[in-house]
Structures are given as structure tokens and as C-alpha cells.
Design a protein. Sequence first.
Length: 170
Amino acid sequence: MRKLFVLLIITVFTFVNISAQETRFGLKAGADFASLKVKFEGDNLSTSETGFYIGAFAEIAVSDSFKFQPEVLFVTVEDLGQIAIPLMAKFPISGEFDILAGPSLGILLDSEEGMKSFNFGLEAGAAYDITDNFFVEARYNLGLANLLEDAPSGYSVKLSGFFAGLGYKF
């Protein structure tokens, strides 16, 4: 199932490249400051860990004021690995500064027994072009999926994170 999902993403990237008027591809990497929020019997527990992310993206110009930016990222924190697939709407604010927002899907690679492997959430942030090719970015991912399998009422486990990194557009 995971291989099929990754193949689907690669296929979408390929067809987008063929059909888009102006498409740029790129690579990115940075730090992930993840938080796991656990809710049970009225109590809340939160833990934070630092990891990294690395991946690829396509920047598809739909109009002068809107770009679509699908991404495939490998995110790792401690012993937890995830393939993240943010589907970002990118709005240029100035020649160098962009606002990004959109849904993010994820596949947890090391989910423990009793935990779901599919994750989803909302992501928002900003990017600043240092040059035509290099940029810096910062984003927050709000995890919406309850990762606890067959969770009783009032019980949840959610994964969120703050990302900061560098990227290169070809």
C-alpha cells in the first residue's frame, strides 16, 4: 500500500511537469521541532523532540498571484519516521516573500501497535527567496488526526510540528 501511494505521488509530479506552463522543481531540508499531544481521562500530556526533514517539491505557477506546491518529505524525530505530503497553496506577497497554506498528509513508517499509520493536518507558513534559487522557510503543521487506533471517547494522540529550513529551486 505504501509503495502504491509513493508511486502515485511520483506519477502526479511527472504529469504536472508535462502539463504545467511554468514549473520549477527543488530540494529542501531543515529542522523539525515536533510535539506529541496525548489526551486521556481529562488529562493532557505533551512532549517535544527535535529532528530533521529532507525532500523534494514542485512549484507550479497557476497565475501571477497563485502557485501550487506539492511536496514529498521524509521527516524523522527520534525513532519516528514519516513520509509527509504537504499540498501547499503559495501566495506571493512581494517579489521575495510568500505565504503558504494547505493540507498535509502523512504516512508514519514506524507506528507502534495500537497506533494508526495515516496522519493528516493543516500547514501554514512563509518563505523568503534569498536569491532566485535559494530560499528559507518556516512553517507550522497542526496535526488533526487522532493516531490512537480504536480510541475511546476523550482519548487522543496527535502529532504537530514547527519546521524551519533551506531550499533550492532548479
